[in-house]
Design a protein around this ligand. Structure first.
Ligand SMILES: [Cu+2]
Length: 438
């Protein structure tokens, strides 16, 4: 696909539009990014690991072009598969609009199968809703359809195929939409992230996900990536941070937990939540088919885990369906089995925590069932896991590496003198007291 560029003509047109009251603020830059046309108080939205869609302005319409096609997608270093996406990207590129925009999206189908695009949460004329058969004919292979939407709202929304939904969303035909309010609302946000949650069944050795899977998903992703493939969210101490979460998983809701902070849920795809109706949280449940936007002030530096709190959703392939081996004493079993199965090793007697380091040769195109080496030890989570990195000083928003814990603020082995000082006898721990009334 030829990249679309914003021309200088567009800048002139924008000035005209501004005069006509169609744009709230002058563009801050000429580059072909929608953020240039967003109100001045809105920062550029960051899509970790993801892509954004370019556009051009034609006679007052913001024109986008999505091409539906197969994509060779990398879930994490060492794990690739053929998925479906838009413009070479799974999930599709973020579409960034401004409330009041007139948006025209061309959709070209390069799949063998027909498809449509539904604009999830967007208020629009019925015939633009993208439900195959109900509101439009499906887009056949080789056809290009045109959608026109006058954007009446702001917030975080999604787009996805609404034809053969199980297959096409399961193969990755989904993306995020960010709509900036025409008139800025609430405190100015310094860092604005958008994250799409998804789940897949990708069997070891398979080259395509299995969209027919109903319960046993083994690859949980943020913007199409499983940890350790997820880029951290990098912010400076004191910045106001917005995190927009969308979920188009086939079957699961994801309780996303952020460490080190409490935050407010400020928006859903149904609209903004009045400040008086917001409440503080540490975990936000993102039901499938919805978006949740949270905001916080990053006043605590560190490397803060952010992850789905369903523990099976922070494991990678091969981390599920094991027999429970905890406490098993294999004795001479391994040696005896090795006579039949060279290289056999009983695993999981102490749990799965050490599986980030493969114990046996890994099958090709696979990643360890849990995370990666961290600064202090192995990080025993994979899948739907990322890190909010908050730093007092930043040269850029590139990954700044691991956090340097200030002296006296890191959990370490207790020294004997400390145990003595505090009356701790590790051989004689105190008995727990009864907690009930009786
Ligand atoms: Cu989850």
């Amino acid at each position: 696909m030829k990249p679309l560029k914003v021309s200088l003509d567009d800048v002139t047109r924008r000035a005209v539009l501004k005069g006509a009251g169609l744009l709230a603020a002058a563009p801050a830059a000429v580059a072909g990014s929608v953020a240039a046309a967003a109100p001045a108080s809105t920062s550029r939205v960051v899509v970790p690991n993801g892509t954004r869609a370019p556009w051009r302005l034609v006679n007052g319409w913001k024109v986008f072009h999505l091409v539906v096609e197969e994509v060779e997608h990398e879930f994490a270093p060492g794990l690739k598969a053929f998925t479906w996406g838009y413009n070479g990207s799974t999930h599709g590129p973020m579409l960034e609009w401004v409330e009041g925009d007139k948006v025209r999206v061309y959709v070209t189908n390069r799949l063998e199968a027909p498809t449509t695009v539904h604009w999830h949460g967007i208020l629009l004329p019925n015939g633009m809703d993208g439900v195959g058969g109900l509101t439009q004919a499906s887009i056949k292979k080789g056809e290009t359809f045109k959608y026109e939407i006058e954007v009446k709202q702001s917030g975080t929304f999604m787009y996805h195929s609404h034809h053969d939904e199980m297959t096409q969303m399961g193969m990755g035909l989904t993306g995020m939409i960010v709509v900036h309010p025409r008139v800025p609302r609430g405190p100015k946000v310094d860092r604005d992230f958008v994250l799409m949650l998804h789940e897949w069944r990708l069997d070891v050795g398979a080259s395509r996900p299995n969209p027919n899977e109903m319960t046993e998903f083994n690859l949980l992703t943020i913007n199409g990536r499983a940890f350790p493939g997820t880029e951290p969210l990098v912010v400076k101490t004191g910045q106001r941070v917005r995190i927009r979460l969308g979920n188009l998983s086939a079957m699961d809701h994801h309780p996303i937990h952020l460490h080190g902070y409490n935050f407010h849920i400020v928006e859903t795809d149904g609209g903004a939540i009045a400040a008086s109706a917001q409440w503080p949280e540490t975990t936000v449940l993102v039901p499938t088919g919805s978006t949740r936007t949270i905001e916080l002030v990053a006043n605590a530096p560190g490397d803060w885990a952010m992850h789905c709190h369903m523990t099976h959703h922070v494991m990678n392939q091969m981390g599920h369906g094991f027999p429970n081996m905890i406490g098993v004493q294999p004795g001479a079993l391994d040696e005896r089995v090795r006579k039949l199965l060279p290289g056999y090793m009983t695993m999981g007697q102490d749990g799965m925590g050490d599986m980030a380091v493969p114990h046996m040769p890994m099958p090709p195109n696979s990643i360890p069932m849990v995370g990666a080496q961290g600064k202090h030890d192995v990080i025993t989570m994979g899948g739907m896991f990322t890190v909010l990195k908050v730093r007092d000083r930043l040269e850029s928003y590139k990954d700044p590496g691991w956090y340097e814990n200030p002296r006296g603020t890191l959990a370490t082995v207790a020294e004997a003198a400390e145990l003595t000082r505090d009356g701790i006898d590790v051989e004689k721990p105190p008995k727990a007291e009864r907690g009930g009334d009786a």
